[in-house]
Design a binder for this molecule. Structure first.
Ligand SMILES: NC(=O)c1ccc[n+]([C@@H]2O[C@H](COP(=O)([O-])OP(=O)(O)OC[C@H]3O[C@@H](n4cnc5c(N)ncnc54)[C@H](OP(=O)(O)O)[C@@H]3O)[C@@H](O)[C@H]2O)c1
Length: 244
C-alpha cells in the first residue's frame, strides 16, 4: 500500500515510516521540511496523490490556545485533500482520556481534531496513546530549578514512542476502525514517583517535591489519563527503557 505519513519526520512519524517500510509498504514522510505544510495546505494534494492511506502524526508548535487553531485547520485541510485525492483511510494519533481534561487547551484541541476526523468524509482510525517515555524529560523541566523538581502525584501510564509507532503502523496497514484503539505502557506511576525514578536513572541529584499545582498535569483529575481495561498494553517497560 502507498501510505503518506504527515509529520513523518517527527518522533513518532519517522518510526511509523520505518515500520511501514519494514512491512513492505510504500511509506512516504511529509512535513514542512519536505515542502508540505498541513496548516496552509501547501504541497498537500501532491503528497496525497495515489495514496491509499494518510497518517497524521503532526504536532502543534505550542500547547496553548493556538493549538486549537492548529488542529482545526490541519484536520480540515487533510480531510479536504484526502477526499479530493480519493484516499481510503485516514489515521490520527491522539491521547488516552483526552476528553476528560478540558481544562487544558491542548487536550481540547486534540478532542477537536478527533471530532473533525470522526465527522469527516474519509473512513478513519484513531489511535490514542498515553504519554511517551521520551516526553518525560520535558515534563520534568517545566517545573524544575537547580535543586528541585516539583511534580503533582497525578497517575500516569507512560509508553515508549517505538511501541506507539508500531501500533499506528499496524492500524494504518489495516482496515479503518471507524473507532478508537487505546494503547498504553504496562506500568502506572504517580508523576512525582516517575520523576524520582527518572532523575535517579540520569544520576541527577535534584529532589522531587510533590506539588499538586505544578505543571500541566496538575490539571488532570484522578485516573483521567490512565488506560481502561480495553486498552492494548505495550511491551516496553519504563525502567528497562531508562536502563537501556
Ligand atoms: N507527547 C506525548 O506524550 C503524546 C501522547 C499521545 C499522543 N501524542 C500525539 O502524538 C503526535 C506526534 O507527536 P510527536 O512527539 O511525534 O511530534 P514531533 O516529534 O514534534 O513531530 C511533529 C511532526 O509534525 C511536523 N509538522 C509540524 N507542523 C507541521 C505543518 N504545519 N505541516 C506539516 N507538518 C508539520 C513536524 O515536521 P516539520 O516541523 O518539518 O513540519 C514533525 O514531522 C501529536 O499529534 C501528539 O498530540 C503525543
Amino acid at each position: 500500500m502507498k501510505i503518506a505519513v504527515l509529520g513523518g519526520t517527527g518522533l513518532i512519524g519517522s518510526q511509523v515510516v520505518q515500520d511501514l517500510k519494514a512491512a513492505g509498504h510504500e511509506a512516504v514522510p511529509h512535513s514542512q521540511s519536505t515542502g508540505v505544510d498541513l496548516l496552509t495546505g501547501e504541497g498537500l494534494s501532491a503528497a496525497l496523490e495515489g495514496a491509499d492511506v494518510v497518517v497524521n502524526v503532526t504536532n502543534s508548535p505550542t500547547f496553548d490556545e493556538a493549538s486549537l487553531d492548529f488542529f482545526r485547520k490541519t484536520m480540515d485541510n487533510l480531510l479536504a485533500a484526502a477526499r479530493e485525492q480519493g484516499v481510503g483511510h485516514a489515521v490520527a494519533l491522539s491521547i488516552v482520556g483526552v476528553e476528560q481534561v478540558p481544562q487544558l487547551d491542548y487536550y481540547r484541541a486534540k478532542v477537536l481534531q478527533e471530532d473533525l476526523l470522526k465527522a469527516g468524509p474519509v473512513p478513519y482510525s484513531i489511535v490514542r496513546a498515553t504519554q511517551f517515555f521520551e516526553f518525560m524529560d520535558a515534563v520534568l523541566s517545566w517545573s524544575a530549578d537547580e535543586k528541585t523538581v516539583r511534580l503533582p502525584a497525578t497517575p500516569i501510564q507512560p509508553i515508549a514512542a517505538a511501541d506507539v509507532a508500531a501500533t499506528v503502523a499496524e492500524v494504518a496497514a489495516g482496515r479503518p476502525l471507524q473507532g478508537t484503539l487505546d494503547v498504553a505502557g504496562a506500568d502506572v506511576f504517580t508523576l512525582d514517583e516517575l520523576g524520582g525514578i527518572t532523575l535517579a536513572a540520569h544520576g541527577d541529584e535534584r529532589t522531587v517535591v510533590t506539588d499538586g499545582t505544578a505543571g500541566m498535569f496538575a490539571a488532570v483529575q484522578g485516573d483521567a489519563i490512565i488506560a481502561g481495561p480495553a486498552a492494548r498494553i505495550a511491551p516496553t517497560r519504563y525502567r528497562d527503557w531508562l536502563a537501556a
